[in-house]
Design a protein around this ligand. Structure first.
Ligand SMILES: *[C@@H]1O[C@H](CO)[C@@H](O)[C@H](O)[C@H]1NC(C)=O
Ligand SMILES: *[C@@H]1O[C@H](CO)[C@@H](O)[C@H](O)[C@H]1NC(C)=O
Ligand SMILES: *[C@@H]1O[C@H](CO)[C@@H](O)[C@H](O)[C@H]1NC(C)=O
Ligand SMILES: *[C@@H]1O[C@H](CO)[C@@H](O)[C@H](O)[C@H]1NC(C)=O
Ligand SMILES: *[C@@H]1O[C@H](CO)[C@@H](O)[C@H](O)[C@H]1NC(C)=O
Ligand SMILES: *[C@@H]1O[C@H](CO)[C@@H](O)[C@H](O)[C@H]1NC(C)=O
Ligand SMILES: *[C@@H]1O[C@H](CO)[C@@H](O)[C@H](O)[C@H]1NC(C)=O
Ligand SMILES: *[C@@H]1O[C@H](CO)[C@@H](O)[C@H](O)[C@H]1NC(C)=O
Length: 498
């Protein structure tokens, strides 16, 4: 999930350009060499996927909740039935989030690892408006009137319809359904169980910040966790990052300095305006947050190709006492290259987007409507520049960019935040390295809506496939999940036989 800390408008001064850009962003796809209009971080993803599945489509309504619109579109989902047992096979259902569903299937090895034990049918559903599940085809992002059907309630209703369709197969008629999801997908899996307990028997909600909302979670919590991850690698590291903001301001105060920074960092587009510099800083903030999210104990390629424990690698470069501004920005560039250039194939750095593959624009729209997650920093307890949370400014951007006004309380009104004691059959898991644990459920809500903490885990590490480098805490978490799933399936099967 992308953090929207400070919205930089720049590239879409005119609304129309904004949408044009959205369109091309959303079409960045796995398997293609992405060149981002020839400026971009040259970004190449391996085409071969680790897992095999069939790609299918189901027709769903554009609008599940009104009788005014009767249009429909095709939603994609991935299926693997190889391990499906004959009698009441459980359906393991990934509630897709903001991106190509293939990416989530690939990064949710846990479901693949355990499907054989459970004789489960594996299904990964693509979230509407992402990947190829575009309600209005290539027009979907072109106009506010087409985008309005992008929200979590509609997505969950798609999933209900898909499950009802799957269960129209006589073999699956009495199957239990277990939802899985990580990040926003984890929010969806938890909300799915909360809203539709008759459809889904239980949910594994990994790194699901369902409490990262207004008046529920302190807006600085996220920034503090990112900072503490960097501090854990090396205490000098976050101190130098904190100083780097001043160094950037100082160096970029002159033309010569801007030129120096642009060329020594190999930026695709030289820094020129104040907006460029803000975008550059915003890009760095996103890289630091992303690094904290994917600080996995082994090499991985989720948001970017990265080494094991990338923050440790990053911080190895930031250990010099009292560097000059130029020295500091030079070693920071080396550090940032751990994120941007682990493959050694990045020719220049595009500061437009730090995590290009996950449908950034769709998420920006969601972050402008119902997913208002206040973020701030104070520059004292965290390594960022002080930045207050300003709903008015945020809202102004949303009106300008998408012609929508945020509804900061909608998610809590719809799904619950303050009182979730009626929730049942959910495991909320959070890694303590993961900045999103700030808005995660960290205590047990009821007899069967349970919270577990993975001390050494980053963003939904537990959903990834087992790895020899896994810390013990994540192995324990996966066992916990399997016990819960076994219990939910047993309860369901017992109720059936009554
Ligand atoms: C990627 O794989 C798909 C099918 O799996 C194939 O159609 C496509 O041509 C491949 N693309 C590249 C760039 O190899
Ligand atoms: C399901 O996955 C297994 C393991 O990757 C693979 O052998 C099998 O062919 C897949 N089945 C389908 C229907 O794709
Ligand atoms: C949608 O509405 C149009 C006209 O209002 C009608 O002709 C069409 O049959 C409807 N389609 C569906 C799928 O209901
Ligand atoms: C959208 O798709 C249609 C039909 O496939 C195509 O003719 C058109 O050029 C596309 N538009 C854009 C902006 O890509
Ligand atoms: C930049 O830093 C240098 C050295 O610390 C200092 O002399 C200079 O005044 C600073 N310039 C600005 C614009 O802050
Ligand atoms: C830098 O920005 C100014 C306006 O602020 C513009 O006139 C100039 O062409 C820009 N230079 C480059 C190299 O983009
Ligand atoms: C990426 O790494 C390669 C190999 O070390 C280097 O040649 C290239 O300049 C680097 N790219 C950037 C943007 O620093
Ligand atoms: C929640 O309850 C479970 C089982 O009763 C327990 O293992 C777990 O530690 C509890 N979680 C928290 C955060 O107290």
């Amino acid at each position: 999930m992308i953090t929207i800390r400070r919205i930089v408008i720049i590239s879409c001064v005119v609304l129309f350009q904004c949408f044009n850009q959205s369109y091309s962003l959303n079409y960045w796809r796995k398997g293609a060499i992405i060149d981002n209009n020839n400026h971009g971080m040259k970004y190449q993803r391996a085409n071969q996927s680790k897992y095999k599945y069939e790609i299918r489509k189901i027709t769903v309504p554009v609008d599940h909740f009104s009788f005014a619109v009767n249009e429909s579109f095709q939603l994609r989902y991935l299926v693997n039935d190889t391990w499906q047992k004959d009698e009441n096979p459980p359906i393991f259902f990934y509630t897709g989030n903001e991106g190509w569903i293939e990416v989530f299937a690939e990064n949710t090895g846990f479901m693949w690892d355990i499907a054989p034990n459970f004789g489960a049918l594996l299904v990964f559903a693509e979230h509407r408006y992402y990947g190829e599940s575009l309600p209005y085809g290539n027009k979907s992002y072109s106009d506010a009137k087409y985008l309005g059907y992008l929200n979590s309630q509609q997505a969950l209703a798609d999933y209900v319809q898909l499950i009802e369709f799957l269960k129209s197969d006589p073999k699956l008629k009495s199957s239990s359904v277990i939802a899985f999801g990580g990040s926003y997908g984890g929010m969806l899996s938890a909300w799915f169980r909360i809203k539709y307990p008759h459809i889904v028997q239980g949910a594994i909600a990994a790194s699901a910040p369902i409490l990262q909302f207004t008046d529920i979670t302190d807006c600085e919590a996220f920034s503090r966790i990112v900072t503490s991850d960097f501090r854990a690698a090396n205490p000098t590291c976050p101190k130098l990052i904190r100083r780097s903001w001043g160094a950037i301001a100082n160096i970029t105060s002159t033309e010569k300095g801007k030129q120096w920074l642009s060329s020594s960092w190999k930026l695709c587009k030289p820094l020129n305006t104040t907006d460029d510099i803000n975008q550059f800083k915003n890009w760095l903030i996103n890289i630091y947050s992303n690094l904290a999210m994917v600080d996995y104990p082994y090499e991985s390629d989720f948001l970017a190709p990265l080494p094991a424990y990338p923050i440790t690698e990053f911080c190895k470069h930031l250990n010099k006492m009292n560097p000059t501004h130029e020295e500091l920005l030079t070693i920071l560039n080396k550090a940032v290259n751990v994120y941007t250039n682990y493959t050694g194939k990045t020719s220049c750095l595009a500061t437009e987007d730090a995590s290009p593959d996950l449908g950034a624009t769709g998420w920006n729209y969601q972050a402008c409507t119902e997913m208002i997650m206040p973020m701030c920093s104070d520059g004292i307890h965290d390594m960022f520049e002080p930045q207050a949370w300003n709903l008015q400014e945020y809202s102004d951007f949303c009106v300008k960019a998408y012609n929508v006004t945020p509804k900061p309380y909608l998610a809590c009104q719809t799904y619950g935040c303050n009182d979730l004691s009626t929730a049942t059959n959910i495991v909320f898991s959070n890694g303590l390295l993961d900045p999103w644990s700030s808005g995660g459920v960290l205590r047990n809500l009821s007899q069967s809506a349970l919270a577990i903490v993975i001390a050494e885990g980053a963003h939904h590490l537990d959903l990834r496939s087992a790895n020899a480098a896994d810390p013990y805490s994540v192995t324990v978490a996966r066992k916990f999940h399997q016990h819960a799933i076994t219990r939910w399936i047993r309860e369901h099967d017992e109720n059936l036989s009554k």
